[in-house]
Structure formats: structure tokens, C-alpha cells
Design a protein around this ligand. Structure first.
Ligand SMILES: Nc1ncnc2c1ncn2[C@@H]1O[C@H](COP(=O)(O)OP(=O)(O)OP(=O)(O)O)[C@@H](O)[C@H]1O
Length: 475
């Protein structure tokens, strides 16, 4: 239960220091490792930040992602029973909350909800660090836990959720408002930029959803609400919060002011090793729910390479493949914006309907491009590392690496490779990944990738239309 306050603040601060000095920036964070064609190219695209990516994800996704991968639950407290539920009724929610859940069209809990909710709602409250892929129902799970735990007859803030950005806080608040639509007595407030509270106010809203800076101001600087009275604390996008310096300092200050009995819930789609270590150090005796690693989805993805002499031959290979692939959609990853732009122009000139998504677009423009792609208006999306991780467009059956991903040392960036080809074969579906090789260096990178994953990537003749057709049909 609750946080281990016996662990001295000093010890925790040591950990913060350790984290700040360790390089835990996700490779595709804004300042992260460039991933293809060697570092340092001037027009190399900067990927979106994890928080931005999460927002894009939420906006383009219209429903629950069915996740067939198994969840691993690491029990930390052997005295607490571990069980899962197959229905929302079995959770014994307040009737009006259950009504709200059904009204949202949720008939049965998703996989993460099945496992997490009974523990989150159990007494005594159980701390949790949970990981589950994007779109699998994490937000709904912790929102439901917050709504269930608050006592509306008490007019002070009892649940606090920290989100990394304004937009994500609003998204979470909207889920909470919908779920609580039949519970008008539960009041929710946003602590985000633009929200002002007169000095001296004591907030009476039961739930506050906000960004760390604003919450520090409201709770610590102006004392609009009392952190020691918070009984549920949620850290959404926990890895972003922990791995981002400014967020980490503020979240840590907030965390330190919470009471011993406050229930901690950390949720995220990914946890870097150090981030998980840190989370486990500040959350006492948590149940850790993790998803089996994405590597497993490699089994469903057929991987090939095409030998080309130069960029023109690479183009020809793509044109051949494009001609054959009439089912599903394709994503093509280029190293630089310049290459991506060149490819788009060439394909468009040849009469193909392709979309371009690169880092010089605004978030709104990216959403518009993704929306069109998701609706199938374009079959091919050409992009850079901006999209290498985390965006699920279910229909993608082919991923082409126009350039293989490499790190600053010009060695294979296997993580990014996995994330890129992971755009296809989502959640157990079959997929096809094609790598274009045009130099001994890129062949060498391919070999490193083969070695890393312990599997052979077979040669494909891009002129062998019959073979491509067969492979695409199987995928
Ligand atoms: N039990 C359920 N049944 C049906 N739909 C659900 C259920 N739970 C959540 N959803 C829907 O699935 C979608 C994804 O859920 P949610 O936003 O909670 O996922 P998430 O894991 O938090 O994603 P992210 O990592 O992007 O934050 C939403 O549209 C949500 O309304």
C-alpha cells in the first residue's frame, strides 16, 4: 500500500539525480538519437515528443485496440489477492458510474482493465505501476478508479491526475466527464494553463487533472488544495513524466507532499528500464503490470530486403511494390525530409496517391494527414522517424524502410527498426516489412539487425511481381 515514506527524501533525491545524469531520453524524443542514414544531416527529421505522439494517437484512434499479447503481472505483495474480472458489473461500481461506463459503449473490460481494475478498486488500496499499449484502455481504467474512490460528500480535492501536456489533460478530463455523466455530484477541475483561481480560494472539486507546473502552483505555491488530503494520485504517461527533466522535478515535489495512505497509480505505454527502476523506488510495494515485449509481434511480420544500386533503383522497387499492393496500406520510412519530399514528388508525378508526414508540419496538420490515411484516402504514407513509434493505423500491412535506421555511430538502430516494422502486424495481425539496400554499409546494417533479432531477412526480387503479390496476399 501507499508510498514508502520511511525511505528518506534524500534517498529519493539521489535517485532523481541518478536519473538526471543517466541518458534516459527515449531515442525518438525531440533531442533523441537520429535514427537513419547517419546522424547529423541538416534536414534530418526530429521525431515528435512522446507526449505529442500520445496525443496524436488518441486523436486518430476511434476505438479500443484489441490486444492479444499477454499481460505479465508481477506481484509485489503476496498477501493481496490477485484476480481479474470479465464484466464491469463484477467490479461493484456505484450504479450511476456503471451506467456511465455502459453509456460510453463499454460492454466488457479490456485486458488491462480486467487485471488492473479489481486491484485498483480493492481495499486496502493497492499501488500500481501499469504498462499497456496505446489504445488498450488505460485512461478509462484509472479514470474509473479515481471516480470510484472519491467521496462526493466531502468538498475537497481527493484525486489528482498529472498529465504531461495541456491537451492530454483535457483528453483525460473529457473521459472523466463522460464516465461521470450520471454522477453530477462529482466535480472535476482542470489545472492547466489558462485556468485561473483567485488567491485565497480553497478548491472544492473532488478531482483535479492537470499539468505538473500548474499543479505545483495551485497546491504548493498558492495552497488552493491540500496534497496531503489526496487519496488517489495518478501519473499518466509516467515514463514521459519521469524522463522529462522539468516534469520530473515538479512531479517529484508533488509526490513528496502526498500522504502515506495515498494510492499511487502510474500508467504508461512504455517504460525505459531506468524509468521503471525509478518508479519502483518511489511507489511502495506496487503491483507491476507489464505487457510482453513487442518483439513477439516480429513473428507475424515477414521481413525481406531488396538489393538496389542507387536511389533510382530504390524508387523503382517501391513503384513495383506499390503497383502490386492493392490491399491494405503501406508506410515508407525515409531518413530525411528531403528524401521523403523527393519520393512524394516522384510518386505523385507518376500518378500515385501518397501522403507525406514530416516534422515540419504542425500537430493539426499531422492529425489531418493521419486522419486521411486512416480513412484510406491515401494508400501510402511516406514519413520520417517522426512516426517510427506508437502510431497505430490498423490497416497498415506493408512497411518499407527506404533507408534503414542507424544511430550516430552509423550502426543499426534495432529499437527503431522494431518500432518501424511494428507499424504493421499490430496486435497479432500479419504484416510485411521490406528493406531497401543500396550500399555495402546498408547491407552491413541489415546484417546487424538480423543478428540482433536472431532471424534471417530474405532477399526479394522487386521485379518478381508474382512473388510480391503472393507475399502481400499472405500478409
Ligand atoms: N472496455 C472498453 N470497451 C470499449 N471501448 C473502450 C474500453 N475501454 C476503453 N475504450 C475505448 O478505447 C479507446 C482507447 O482507450 P484509452 O484512451 O483508455 O486507451 P489508453 O491505453 O489510455 O491509450 P493511450 O496510451 O493512447 O493513452 C478509447 O476510444 C476508449 O473510449
Amino acid at each position: 500500500m501507499a508510498s514508502n515514506w520511511a525511505k528518506s527524501a534524500e534517498e529519493q533525491e539521489k535517485l532523481v539525480k541518478k536519473l538526471s545524469t543517466t541518458d534516459i531520453t527515449p531515442p525518438n524524443d525531440a533531442e533523441g538519437t537520429p535514427s537513419s542514414g547517419g546522424g547529423g544531416d541538416e534536414d534530418e527529421d526530429k521525431p515528435v515528443s512522446p507526449a505529442e505522439r500520445s496525443l496524436l494517437q488518441k486523436i486518430i484512434r476511434k476505438g479500443l485496440v484489441e490486444n492479444k499479447n499477454d499481460i505479465e503481472i508481477q506481484r509485489k505483495d503476496p498477501t493481496s489477492p490477485l484476480y481479474s474480472v470479465k464484466s464491469f458489473e463484477a467490479l461493484h461500481l456505484k450504479p450511476n458510474l456503471l451506467k456511465g461506463v455502459f453509456q460510453m459503449g463499454f460492454n466488457a473490460p479490456s485486458k488491462i482493465q480486467e487485471s488492473a481494475l479489481p486491484l485498483l478498486l480493492a481495499d486496502p488500496p493497492q499501488n500500481m505501476i501499469a504498462q499497456s499499449q496505446s489504445g488498450t484502455g488505460k485512461t478509462a481504467a484509472f479514470v474509473l478508479a479515481m471516480l470510484s474512490r472519491v467521496d462526493p460528500s466531502k468538498n475537497y480535492t481527493q484525486a489528482l491526475c498529472l498529465s504531461p501536456t495541456y491537451e492530454l489533460a483535457i483528453q483525460t478530463g473529457e473521459v472523466a466527464a463522460k464516465m461521470a455523466q450520471f454522477c453530477p455530484e462529482i466535480k472535476i477541475r482542470y489545472a492547466v494553463r489558462g485556468e485561473e483561481v483567485p488567491r485565497g480560494t480553497k478548491l472544492t472539486e473532488h478531482i483535479i487533472i492537470g499539468t505538473p507546473g500548474k499543479v505545483v502552483d495551485w497546491a504548493i505555491k498558492f495552497r488552493f488544495f491540500d496534497l496531503s488530503k489526496i487519496s488517489v494520485f495518478v501519473l499518466d504517461e509516467a515514463d514521459v513524466m519521469i524522463a522529462t527533466q522539468g516534469h520530473q522535478d515538479q512531479s517529484f515535489r508533488i509526490h513528496k507532499a502526498l500522504s502515506r495512505s495515498c494510492q499511487m497509480m502510474f500508467f504508461s505505454a512504455t517504460y525505459e528500464h531506468d524509468v521503471m527502476e525509478f518508479a519502483e523506488a518511489i511507489v511502495t510495494n506496487p503491483v507491476v503490470i507489464r505487457l510482453k515485449r513487442e518483439e513477439e509481434s516480429l513473428d507475424n511480420i515477414k521481413q525481406y530486403y531488396v538489393q538496389c544500386k542507387n536511389q533510382d533503383e530504390k524508387y523503382q522497387a517501391i513503384a513495383n511494390i506499390y503497383g502490386v499492393v492493392t490491399i491494405g496500406q503501406a508506410m515508407i520510412f525515409c531518413h530525411t525530409r528531403k528524401t521523403a519530399q523527393w519520393l512524394v514528388e516522384r510518386m505523385t508525378k507518376d500518378g500515385h496517391a501518397v501522403a507525406l508526414l514530416s516534422g515540419d508540419l504542425t500537430v493539426e496538420q499531422r492529425i489531418a494527414v493521419l486522419d486521411r490515411f486512416r480513412e484510406g484516402k491515401e494508400k501510402v504514407l511516406i514519413t520520417t522517424n517522426v512516426l517510427s513509434r506508437g502510431i497505430d493505423v490498423e490497416q497498415v500491412t506493408i512497411v518499407v524502410n527506404f533507408d534503414l535506421p542507424i544511430d550516430l555511430q552509423r550502426r543499426a538502430d534495432c529499437e527503431t527498426y522494431l518500432h518501424r516494422i511494428g507499424r504493421t502486424g499490430r496486435f497479432g495481425k500479419a504484416g510485411l516489412a521490406i528493406n531497401l539496400i543500396d550500399s555495402p554499409e546498408s547491407m552491413d546494417v541489415l546484417k546487424q539487425i538480423e543478428q540482433h533479432f536472431g532471424r534471417k531477412i530474405n532477399l526479394l526480387d522487386a521485379d518478381d511481381v508474382d512473388e510480391i503479390e503472393k507475399i502481400a496476399a499472405d500478409a
